[in-house]
Every structure is written in C-alpha cells, then in structure tokens.
Design a protein around this ligand. Structure first.
Ligand code: HEC
Ligand code: HEC
Length: 187
C-alpha cells in the first residue's frame, strides 16, 4: 500500500520533471546535478566523453555502458575475456580491444567506489556484471519483475537505456527515469 503510493507519486514526479527537463534541454545545458558518482567532480554536468569505436563495438548487443560504472580492474577483466563474454563471443582484434580498454580505464570509476555512499563493490576478479554490483542492487531492488523481466519494452536490467533516458551520457538521476508501459500498472 505504502509502496504503491510511493510509486504513484514517483510517476507523477517523473512526468513533471520530464517536462521540466525537456525545457532544460532547449534552454541551458541540462542543469545536470551530476551523475552521482564518487569520482565525477571534474565531470559534473557533462557526462562521460563518448568514444565512437567503443559505442560501435560495445553498443550493438546492449547499450555501450558508461565507463564510470565499473572500476578499472573490472573493465580489464571484461576486455581480457571477450571471447567468453557472459555466454557470448564479443571478441575484437587485439588493437581494437586495446584501444577500447584504454578508453574504459581512463574513465573508469575511481577509488573502488561507483556511487557516493555506496557499499564496496563485490569482490573478485572475473568479469562481473554492473547489475550484480552492490550499488546497483540497492537502487533497483524495489522495482517489481513485471516492470522489468516481464515487461517486453524493458526485457532486463541490463538494458539501462530502456528506463534511463540519459543513460548513454552516463546520467542516471531518478529524475531521468521512465519505465516504459509503467502506466499500465494499475493496482
Ligand atoms: C555479441 C553481443 C555482445 C557484444 C558485441 C558485447 N556484449 Fe557485453 N554483454 C552481452 C551479453 C549477452 C551480456 C549479458 C546481458 C544480460 O545478462 O542480460 C553482456 C553484458 C555486459 C556487461 C554487464 C552488463 C550487466 O548486466 O551488468 C558489460 C559491462 C559488458 N557487457 C561490456 C561489454 C563491452 C565492454 C563490450 C565491447 C568490448 C561488449 N560488452 C560487447 C553481449 C555482448
Ligand atoms: C526497469 C527500469 C530500469 C532499468 C532497466 C535500469 N534502471 Fe536504474 N533505476 C531505475 C529506477 C526506477 C531507479 C530509481 C530507484 C529509486 O527510487 O531509488 C533507478 C536508479 C538508478 C541509479 C541511481 C540514481 C540516483 O541518482 O540515485 C543508478 C546509478 C542506476 N539506476 C543505474 C542503472 C544502470 C547502470 C542500469 C543498466 C545496467 C539501470 N540502472 C537499469 C530503473 C531502471
């Protein structure tokens, strides 16, 4: 009951902010409140610098995840194992892999923290999902399955940009969230 009330007021809030945001885009450069990342002070309000090769090679099966979602050693584990990439073969030639790794490491989350006040990331060196990191689970554990896995317009939590309008820019503020088809949620 309280959860529903919370979610409903959250939708109302999001539509208002969406409208405000649209105006903001035309007007000033988005007045982004920053990405909320621990290491983004130098980057506040600008999002992650884009890389054409990364977006093309790593954005075909899922969105090209912003580099500051994982620390350097976790990106390195991913780029070192592209032939066995979460069940897919995502391998590239060694030069392309090296260039992409360089870009990811340059913009990776620093200090072992992804989000301000987040718990430390899970330990271990193998390739790891963003969606299995502590900060991610903490932020998404109240969203019911029918809005995600059972929602054909979303599919899975790995499809960030289906819900986060500015995900490609590395912006994940709650204000920029819009779960497609959420309006059908009626009780
Ligand atoms: C051939 C398709 C394919 C390509 C190309 C690909 N990936 Fe993936 N990637 C996947 C699949 C499948 C998953 C698992 C998604 C899931 O569980 O829903 C995944 C997951 C990920 C995750 C974890 C996402 C999560 O759920 O937290 C990261 C990070 C990632 N990929 C990075 C990369 C990088 C970096 C590249 C480019 C070098 C890349 N991917 C290219 C198929 C691909
Ligand atoms: C089903 C829709 C959905 C998907 C898919 C999704 N998110 Fe979210 N995300 C949300 C919602 C809703 C919130 C706000 C949760 C709350 O009320 O605190 C959120 C919050 C966040 C936050 C915290 C923002 C803040 O300012 O506190 C981050 C960071 C985030 N998501 C990252 C991601 C990433 C990265 C992915 C993909 C790997 C992703 N999300 C996929 C719905 C989604």
């Amino acid at each position: 009951m309280t959860k529903q009330t919370h979610l409903i007021s959250w939708i109302a809030g999001s539509s208002i902010t969406a409208a405000a945001l649209a105006i903001g885009i035309i007007g000033i450069s988005l007045t982004l409140t920053g990405t909320g990342y621990a290491d983004d002070d130098h980057n506040r309000g600008r999002g992650i610098p884009q890389n054409v090769e990364y977006s093309a090679e790593c954005g075909s099966c899922h969105m090209a995840y912003p580099a500051n979602l994982l620390p350097a050693e976790k990106w390195r584990a991913i780029t070192a194992n592209l032939e066995d990439h979460f069940g897919d073969n995502a391998s590239l030639d060694p030069q392309a892999t090296a260039r992409i790794e360089e870009y990811l490491l340059l913009h990776a989350a620093k200090n072992g923290k992804v989000l301000k006040n987040s718990k430390p990331l899970i330990a271990g060196m193998g390739p790891q999902k963003i969606t299995e990191q502590a900060f991610f689970i903490r932020k998404h554990d109240k969203i019911p399955k029918r809005m995600v896995q059972d929602n054909p317009k979303v599919g899975s939590f790995s499809q960030c940009s289906n819900c986060h309008n500015l995900a490609e820019k590395g912006v994940f503020n709650e204000d920029t969230v819009n779960i497609p088809g959420f309006g059908r949620w009626d009780d």
